[in-house]
Design a protein. Structure first.
Length: 579
């Protein structure tokens, strides 16, 4: 039964939009099931880093506990020491905390329960509901049968209780080779559910566990450890993804066979996202084969990758709430995740000016040595964000793409004899383009209108183009990394016969721009207080949303593009929209 720790807690009215799981919980509370308690958990296996699909589960489980005034556990289902590492445990803890879920003092491991799980296995043997089997893994699969044919009973199925107890104890003492024997539940080899055809509960596996060391050479299978761990912790609603629906009869059988406290398993559809892989095995493959720079590569769908790319936990939670909770599998467009990021960052991100491909501008009529500090608003969406001072001088940088020697129709940026406004600054007119020996434009010679600082001249003249810029003498050197989707197809696994998902890797998923020029306010590397994680996030004017990368140093700033602005600037290149 649940411990005192899981005693009934007064429920609060849900604050999240209803879904079928919350409807089931409402009914349980109405009937008094679980004594009105609501207690959920997030139970990752520490065999990799968490991805955006796990964020949906965390948001759901923690959100339910929060909305109903209940409790939430973080538990590691660490039953396979050959694939699990402390590195993954540490990373998962960091990611769950970053997403805003609070497990308080309830951090658990399935390995905490290995002794109890072993005792319960012995209890099943004594009750004649489990037996030691000598079939190999291949033979067990062969005996299991198919979806249309019943399985065959193992020749070891009818061993006596005494023999099974003896063999299981010897398995534990390490007397048999790895894989030579298993402990199996005795259920029904003719069941229509393959999971009920005498599933394996324990296997012999000599591997050092990251927490228990070499204490054990037999380890419980996930299906044996999971339900009993839920029971020990007093979980009320064991919420998992849809692929475990066929495992629910086994979940129920194990708990009923032991006669212990019985949580309710509920399944929901997992998250599928376009242009994205959610398979841990394939994500590990991407890392090991060097297709990405690591688990936190900003092109990865991992939580740490999204964090490094500049996504906020608020944006990810908003995304999870928008896609909702359903019973049927579906695929969500990646654009929705990007839209959530834009909406969140648009409200909060400070507007700054960074020139990605610098072109020098010399203002010939600017007073020599003069530096004027102009006011620049930090965020027009947030009046309380204030303003900053930016240096304006006679030598500036603008974007190379903002000058055309032969401008197309609808071009409102710089060209020979053309006038534009510099954001927060003055009107300038291009007089001459200086070229190198190869004919490339390397410098523009311009003049400015001293009476245009307000954006309106005494003669009422207005210009339609406004450009961003930085003062050359004050600019900070930066590297900017432009990220796109890692895969070129919405379904990365849509490949011709004989190829794997790597055939759809996008060769343009990362573009690194060196020699970028940033306004001097970006040189401050102290944590940004407006974000809970302290990561600096900005809107580079006319470029998109960016964040400061951990690779940054005082002498070398590195920025990652989180997401683009709405795609209007690409249309300018076709002469279809004003720039």
């Amino acid at each position: 039964m649940p411990t005192d720790e899981t005693a009934a807690t007064p429920n609060a009215a849900p604050t999240t939009p209803k879904d079928f799981i919350r409807d089931l919980i409402d009914e349980d509370n109405r009937t008094g099931r679980f004594g009105g308690r609501v207690h959920t958990r997030f139970p990752p296996e520490p065999n990799g880093y968490l991805h955006i699909g796990h964020a949906k589960s965390i948001n759901l489980n923690y959100g339910i506990a929060r909305d109903y005034g209940g409790k939430f556990n973080l538990r590691f289902d660490d039953t396979n020491p050959t694939k699990e590492e402390q590195e993954y445990v540490d990373a998962i803890i960091e990611d769950v905390r970053w997403l805003g879920a609070d497990w308080e003092d309830r951090l658990f491991f399935a390995s905490d329960y290995f002794d109890q799980l072993h005792e319960w296995a012995v209890q099943l043997i004594r009750a004649g509901k489990a037996y030691v089997c000598d079939l190999s893994a291949d033979e067990i699969r062969e005996y299991r049968g198919t979806l249309t044919e019943p399985g065959r009973e193992s020749p070891y199925r009818n061993r006596s209780v005494e023999e099974n107890l003896d063999l299981f104890e010897r398995m534990r003492r390490g007397e048999f080779p790895d894989g030579s024997r298993t402990l199996r539940a005795k259920i029904d080899m003719a069941s229509g559910n393959l999971n009920m055809r005498d599933p394996v509960l324990y296997r012999i596996l000599r591997a050092t566990h990251h927490r228990t060391g070499d204490k054990w050479c037999i380890y419980p299978m996930y299906d044996w450890a999971h339900g009993q761990s839920d029971s020990i912790e007093g979980i009320t609603h064991s919420i998992c993804t849809l692929e475990f629906e066929a495992h629910r009869p086994l979940y129920d059988w194990c708990l009923d066979a032991l006669g212990v406290y019985h949580p309710q398993q509920i399944e929901f559809a997992r998250l599928n996202l376009t242009y994205t892989l959610m398979s841990k095995r394939k994500l590990i493959d991407l890392v090991k084969r060097g297709y990405v720079r690591g688990w936190d590569d900003p092109r990865m769908p991992t939580i740490c990758g999204l964090r490094r790319r500049g996504y906020t936990p608020e944006a990810i939670r908003d995304f999870c709430n928008r896609i909702g909770v359903a019973k049927a599998n579906s695929t969500v467009d990646y654009g929705l995740l990007e839209a959530c990021a834009r909406e969140d960052l648009n409200k909060r991100a400070r507007r700054v000016m960074v020139v990605l491909k610098p072109l020098k501008v010399v203002i010939e009529n600017w007073p020599a040595g003069k530096v004027e500090w102009v006011d620049a608003e930090n965020n027009p969406e947030d009046p309380g964000a204030g303003a900053r001072k930016m240096p304006f001088s006679g030598e500036l940088y603008i974007e190379q793409d903002d000058y055309r020697e032969d401008p197309p129709k609808g071009w409102f940026r710089l060209g020979p004899g053309r006038e534009v406004r510099l954001k927060h600054g003055y009107y300038i007119t291009c007089r001459e383009a200086i070229k190198d020996a190869a004919g490339n434009v390397i410098e523009l010679r311009c003049v400015y209108d001293p009476e245009s600082a307000s954006g309106v001249t005494p003669d009422g003249r207005k210009v339609q183009g406004t450009l961003h810029w930085v003062s050359a003498a004050h600019a900070v050197d930066a590297e900017v990394r432009l990220y796109e989707q890692l895969f070129s197809k919405p379904d990365p696994e849509d490949v011709p016969p004989g190829q794997d998902y790597t055939a759809n890797l996008n060769p343009n998923s990362l573009t690194v721009l060196a020699g970028c020029k940033a306004e001097p306010s970006l040189a401050d590397l102290s944590p940004d207080p407006q974000y809970t994680d302290g990561i600096h996030r900005f809107q580079f004017m006319r470029q998109g949303y960016f964040c400061l990368d951990p690779d940054s140093t005082p002498d070398r700033l590195v920025f990652n593009r989180t997401v683009t602005l709405k795609d209007t600037w690409a249309k300018v290149e076709k002469g279809t929209k004003k720039g």
